[in-house]
Design a protein around this ligand. Structure first.
Ligand code: HH2
Length: 286
């Protein structure tokens, strides 16, 4: 049987303070855009998880299905088959690890929480499965509500907005309201503008430039820009794994504009940059 999850809410998980919090990405998939196939074996996944924790990740976000543009969904059974052995292995070697699961399926979330995961990262903001809200409510765990226009398979074809910042902000406000109406504690809600999910370069830049409008909703903001295509377009770096410097710049500026959680592949680089940014921004306030 799985261990009992200690779902003590955002404050309990993040007893260390208001952040910034580095969330290390671990994709247990064959096809993720930058680390696909690297961590399918639970042993290799647990080793990478331990390395990210040692580098300063406070949360590990595990995904069992790629949501990169053009990707196809996998079955819930397959998602569970990929994730559960990895969660169990990580918690066997690092019992204190805080594990988030990147899923929009209630069955996967239930299985993952039963195995010891403590957060749910739902890229559909609780729209993908009608039972997800009640699973999160029952677990009383934090949930990440992300904005996405369209579906991963087609979302980058022709993303369109009249005013991307206003539309994303209104969507997140509405999804948070709906989560609270379903019984989820507002203290357990984290919002995410969904960088690259149905957004072109200009949309991503507009959102990052005006992130304070999203932070003004009053929920902590998560940014997932790590190694994404828009960074490659700006820097000219084709290889996703080499987009570290562009990612770090994005992380620092998003932090300055009010983001708290940073979902990244390169933990050490982003954590060190955030430590420097935090010292500059907050040490000597006059
Ligand atoms: N981005 C990805 C996956 N999950 N979750 C949130 N909350 N925010 C994001 O921006 C986000 C996310 C896509 O990145 P990655 O996991 O690296 O790739 P893939 O979807 O190909 O597995």
């Amino acid at each position: 049987m799985g261990r009992t999850a200690r779902n003590t809410g955002r404050a309990g998980i993040l007893a260390g303070g208001p952040g910034p919090v580095v969330v290390g990405i671990l994709n247990v998939t064959p096809d993720s855009f930058s680390d696909g196939g690297d961590f399918l074996d639970p042993e290799a996944a647990a080793e990478h998880a331990a390395a990210m924790l040692d580098e300063g990740a406070e949360i590990l976000d595990l995904g069992g299905e790629s949501t990169r543009p053009g990707s196809n969904p996998v079955s819930q059974d397959e998602e569970i088959r990929r994730l559960i052995p990895v969660i169990e292995r990580i918690l066997a070697v690092r019992p204190g690890a805080v594990i988030s699961v990147d899923t929009y399926r209630s069955g996967t979330a239930t299985a993952a929480l039963g195995a010891g995961a403590r957060l749910i990262n739902d890229v559909t903001a609780l729209r993908g499965d009608p039972r997800m809200a009640s699973v999160v409510k029952e677990a009383a765990c934090p949930v990440i509500l992300m904005h996405m226009q369209g579906q991963p398979r087609t979302m980058q074809k022709e993303p369109h907005y009249e005013d991307v910042v206003r539309e994303v902000r209104d969507f997140l406000a509405q999804r948070a309201e709906s989560a609270v109406a379903a019984g989820i504690g507002p203290e357990n809600i984290i919002v995410d503008p969904g960088i690259g999910f149905g957004k072109n370069l200009e949309h991503n830049l507009d959102l990052l430039q005006n992130l304070d409008a999203i932070a003004d909703l009053g929920f902590p903001v998560l940014i997932g820009a790590s190694r994404k295509t828009f960074i490659g377009r700006i820097t000219g770096v084709q290889e996703a794994k080499e987009r570290v410097f562009g990612t770090v710049a994005t992380t620092v500026l998003a932090y300055e504009r009010g983001a708290t959680f940073f979902r990244v592949h390169d933990v050490c680089a982003n954590r060190e940059a955030l430590a420097a940014a935090k010292a500059i921004l907050h040490t000597f306030r006059r």
